[in-house]
Ligand binder design. Structure first.
Ligand SMILES: [Zn+2]
Length: 544
């Protein structure tokens, strides 16, 4: 069916050819002017219409009633070519006829004038497959081509064609068909087939085909085999791979916004709806790969094919584009890791969830703004020394070293520190009393951030620096990220009516306390948050 459709709608005139304007116009002008090259080289991906264009060219130059540059389609030559029985059009598939003898035979044929027509046209498909002696033999003919001979070499791998051959040819590079042009072409075929296909299905076909005409027609052919007069998205799901672009784009946007909790929630609901986490993980990997390629090639248009025009706008926004190539490589590494561990995962969606949390972390770091607010991490040997901060001058007390030898993190300060003279002292008892308020207020800003903060607990005040205790440094890492730290600092200021700073203290005992104190709160959270905690807790070793 699919091959039929491709054959059935194979262009018979230049006007019928979808896209490739740059090639069409040049060829048309050469036909009109009667100034043809002796050899053409068509390069580009498979199934994009190279051979079709070669046949059109052959038709045009041998047509008895050429109309401008268009072959008439009715004269004996046109009909013979259309039927594949022209003696003056020789098609060679270099994938099977690649040796010196094949080219020698070609050379013999080339010597004789065309049987009936003006030109003898040789189309050598997959030309890169020719052997070196065959290329040499071909070169000999090309160096002194008989007037009546025209070669068209088609290849998907131009780098395998010898430079000596390339320099003898007029070269054309075929491009992927732009999304909308391809979609319009599909629409036209649907009309001719008298079938109504949902717009979203055509989007999906165009996307899945990656801009290759033959693939798109093959997919459309599969849809047509359903035998319906009207194809809806759900009907198409029977034969087309399901499209998860919308979910993936939404997910990445959430991760970019630092909304890890919502991202995990989204994945959870998708899985409830039957999404295969392994499949989705691979799909996500592919999207990140495409973003990386677009980034490296500086060609964001190419992404249209991955996501369709509907989501392209979102992706081409600054946030997506600003992810560095380096960061993308790390993200893709995360995905690979998750794909590997999904092979032996006890909880099927866990590798995907862990992966998302890691990606979120990488993306938040990638804003490059974290370092601006949070002081550079200290050297390891500095870890147990008290931290200092410009706006913490009134905190003269040495930090209380507990028996756990906690690790002090750098102090997180507001961007514009308040003058120390105007800062009111806040009693630790007040902090404890109002802590549930802090958590509630945070939830309205960022649900997952509140959840992260609840993993820890207020430990004590040092001046106006609030020490937060965590079992794992990873949790505090998350909290001190610029965007998160800013939210927390604002909430603290709003609730305690004065500017506070905060820092982290890591030791095992906080985890135990958390388990006792916070169980009640935990029950109130949904299992997504629990998954976040499981994910993080299971991943991270206590800070050294
Ligand atoms: Zn004709």
């Amino acid at each position: 069916m699919s091959a039929t459709l491709y054959r059935k709608y194979r262009p018979q005139t230049f006007a019928d050819v979808v896209s490739q304007e740059h090639i069409k116009i040049t060829l048309q002008n050469e036909i009109l002017a009667g100034r043809l090259a002796h050899a053409y080289l068509f390069c580009g991906p498979r199934g994009i219409g190279k051979t079709t264009m070669a046949r059109l060219l052959a038709k045009a130059i041998n047509c008895h009633n050429l109309k401008g540059f268009e072959p008439c389609g009715e004269c004996p030559s046109c009909l013979e070519i259309a039927d594949g029985r022209s003696m003056d059009l020789v098609e060679i598939d270099a994938a099977s006829s690649r040796g010196i003898n094949d080219i020698k035979e070609l050379r013999e044929q080339a010597k004789y004038t065309p049987v009936k027509e003006k030109y003898k046209v040789f189309i050598i498909d997959e030309a890169h497959m020719l052997t070196t002696p065959a290329f040499n033999a071909l070169l000999k003919i090309m160096e002194e081509p008989p007037q009546h001979v025209l070669f068209v070499l088609a290849t998907t791998e131009i780098h395998k064609i010898p430079e000596t051959i390339i320099s003898r040819c007029q070269r054309f590079d075929y491009k992927k068909i732009p999304f909308l042009e391809l979609k319009n072409h599909l629409l036209k075929i649907c009309k001719q087939e008298e079938i109504k296909v949902d717009d979203s299905v055509l989007d999906n076909i165009a996307r899945l085909s990656g801009g290759y005409l033959r693939d798109s027609l093959s997919l459309l052919g599969q849809i047509l085999t359903l035998g319906e007069k009207e194809i809806t998205a759900s009907a198409a799901e029977l034969v087309l791979p399901r499209s998860d672009v919308a979910s993936a784009v939404k997910l990445i946007s959430l991760l970019l916004a630092g909304k890890t909790g919502s991202a995990l929630q989204l994945v959870s609901s998708l899985i409830d709806d039957g999404l295969d986490p392994d499949y989705f993980l691979k799909f996500l990997t592919e999207i990140f790969r495409q973003i990386m390629l677009a980034k490296v090639n500086q060609d964001w248009q190419a992404l249209i094919y991955e996501v369709g025009p509907e989501y392209y706008k979102e992706i081409s926004e600054e946030k997506w584009i600003s992810i560095s190539a380096e960061r993308l490589i790390k993200i893709i590494d995360c995905c690979f890791e998750a794909v590997e561990s999904s092979k032996r995962a006890l909880i099927p969606q866990l590798p995907l969830e862990i992966c998302l949390v890691k990606i979120s972390k990488l993306l938040q770091e990638s804003t490059g703004k974290v370092e601006e607010v949070v002081a550079k991490p200290k050297d390891k040997d500095d870890n147990d020394k008290p931290s200092a901060s410009v706006d913490n001058n009134d905190s003269k007390d040495e930090p209380v070293e507990t028996e756990y030898i906690p690790i002090k993190e750098e102090i997180i300060t507001p961007e514009k520190p308040a003058k120390s003279t105007s800062v009111a002292k806040i009693d630790f008892a007040v902090v404890l009393e109002k802590w549930p308020e802090v958590i509630e207020a945070l939830k309205s800003h960022n649900f997952s951030l509140a959840a992260f903060l609840q993993v820890g607990q207020p430990a004590r005040m040092e001046g106006n620096n609030l020490i937060l205790g965590f079992q794992y440094s990873f949790h505090f890492e998350r909290i001190k990220e610029r965007a998160n730290a800013e939210v927390i600092l604002n909430v603290l200021e709003a609730i305690f009516d004065t500017k506070l700073t905060f820092s982290g203290e890591i030791n095992d005992s906080y985890g135990k306390n958390f388990a006792k104190v916070e169980t009640k709160n935990m029950e109130a959270e949904n299992n997504i948050v629990k998954a976040v905690l499981d994910t993080l807790g299971g991943e991270v070793v206590p800070a050294d």
